[in-house]
Design a protein around this ligand. Sequence first.
Ligand code: NAD
Length: 438
Amino acid sequence: MRVAMIGTGYVGLVSGACFADFGHHVTCVDKDAQKIERLERGEIPIFEPGLDDIVARNRAAGRLDFAVDLTQAVREADAVFIAVGTPSRRGDGHADLSYVYAAAREIAEAAEGYTVVVTKSTVPVGTGDEVERVIRETRPDADISVVSNPEFLREGAAIEDFKRPDRIVVGTDEPRAREVMTQLYRPLALNSLPLLFTGRRTSELIKYAGNAFLAVKITFINEIADLCEQVGANVQEVARGIGLDNRIGAKFLHAGPGYGGSCFPKDTLALTRTAQEAGTPLRIVETVVGVNDVRKLAMAKKVMNVLGGDVRGKTAAVLGLTFKPNTDDMRESPALSIIHALMDKGMKIRAYDPEGMEEAKKLLPAGVTYTSGAYEAAEGADCLVIVTEWDAFRALDFERLRKIMAQTVLVDLRNIYRPDEMQALGFTYESVGRGSDA
Ligand code: NAD
């Protein structure tokens, strides 16, 4: 089949490359001419493990093209995916759908023959109706079905997630569209295709309900972690103790600095706005949004407290800037709020991240010192703060750190290390949710 992927970001490039790997012919389109130039030169504009190989392989096989203009790709396509960004709209927290509607208009102008327009971007319930209206208004004669097919991949494990998904949700009532979507995903059938067909609005809501549920789970364990600290319990053991119950499940029960990233913050907020407008506010999700916001500042306070409160002139070495390991994505990363808060109190920051520093430089205040590694960051620091659990930080040489740091203090916001081991090594150690029996 022929696929046009409109928007070549984290979702569009991975989905496009994976569809090409299935044997389809894919053109990835992006308005960002620089991005397309880089891709044509064989460069991958984002960091995602394994993506370079899969792009190179399918380019070489002639199944993957790139373009700035969508006209030809859309004209030839059986399915056109909209995978553009849907960031939070400034001011009200609604999803900004302007990129989606702009893409829909352009697609309508270029489409020829029966075309399935698939919304892969995360969009509020009812957006498919509006995409359809925009298309019909632009091209009343177009033979088009508008389908919802939300994406559930995780950055850092995106290819594996795309190729071995827990489920693929497709929202459409139209048999012709259903057939095209089945053909597109058929190569996954070897692993017994987990295709779930629903109505379009239901499909749109599944994506938000899924992300909101995961955000609730993370925030729940974070609050339990706070309680553990007060009452002398260990959150990792609580998480294990409840996670072994199949009704609860072990995933997303890692206490930490609060959720971030390009999806959970904006999607939870957008869902609360949708629900308020529908007259059925989602109080749990509203609370989660508020609790998570406050948490990042609480993490900065943890650092200040362990240093005795007055941190002016002191130095924190921050290890890990991205919102999670194995990505270069800095959007809404907890490190941003934590570093801002520490700098507001007069702290100096030395920072290192294996992949995120280019993006971080665009988002963090001038004055942060970026280093070439964890030990370079730690040089002369009063405190080491692990914000993101990259593998590179999991086996630090504490003897070496002891020699180069001004004070032997570690704030481990991902609970990578053990309190008893850190004590034995002579480090003052703070982590998350590990009270006195930790
Ligand atoms: P992104 O910002 O990385 O990429 C979006 C791309 O779309 C950009 O390169 C932009 O230049 C391009 N674009 C915008 N308007 C365009 C147009 N009219 N024509 C062509 N290109 C256009 O965004 P992303 O992280 O890939 O997210 C895309 C969507 O997928 C969002 O709705 C997001 O919520 C959703 N999603 C993201 C993830 C994730 O992990 N990043 C996971 C699941 C779902």
